[in-house]
Ligand binder design. Sequence first.
Ligand code: FE2
Ligand code: FE2
Length: 276
Amino acid sequence: MTDNNPMMLTTRETGNDWRVLPAFLPLPGMGGLTINAFLHKGREPLLVDTGLAALGDAFLDALEAEIDLRDLRWIWLSHTDADHIGNLVRILQRAPQARVVTNFLGMGKMGLLGLDTSRVHLLEPGARLSLGDRELVPLRPPYYDAPETLGFLDTRSRTLFAADSFGALLPEPAENVAEIEAQTLRDGLVTWSSIDAPWLAMADRDALGRSLHALERLAPTTVLSGHLPVAEGNLSMLTALVHEAWCLAPATEADPQMLEAVAEALDDSLATRLQA
Ligand SMILES: [Fe+2]
Ligand SMILES: [Fe+2]
């Protein structure tokens, strides 16, 4: 890598009938972060997330090499963070049939961002999205950075989309989780999860463990994360990393901004002042 600009990588097929539109965002001193969108070219074509605005032309070129956007029917919005909705407006302009799949909070945030909500397909709690030959079952991933986050399980291919869960900082782009050295993956996943979801340090460990176990019961064949190379059949390895990091022991050093730490520090300074 010669600079710190994000770059589109080569579009790839997964083991299932989903394609990955990957990008890599260098983060100085920390390696970089994978930023994926996904495309399903079935009976009712669906795009998951819309990439970085900074990569607009390159992202659209990669997408339009795969599909005539006039055929696109759905855009599944995992959440409204900038790295997931960067090219939403441009894609909607070129995809007149496409509707944006999100929930009540997602639609509200779109409105606050000045985005057109007239083409939203609102997913009510418990509702599924039918693509004709399969359903996408919405789910809340085990951890996330925005409360509107929607992952899904594709009932036909058993592909799991985990939104921001299982994201990892990596020293360089990779095509598949299997090619990442175990310790590199562990460190990158723990570091990124502590940055992106710092509430994990305060989470109920038993509840998080039950959530990870429930995810395993879904038995996905492929795990798609917004911020990790594709994981084929590696779910239990990923859940084990999260379990070890956040259910068995605190993953990181004490966060000085956690309220307990702040209160303790101020208690100390107050006691010092009283003694003076
Ligand atoms: Fe996010
Ligand atoms: Fe993200």
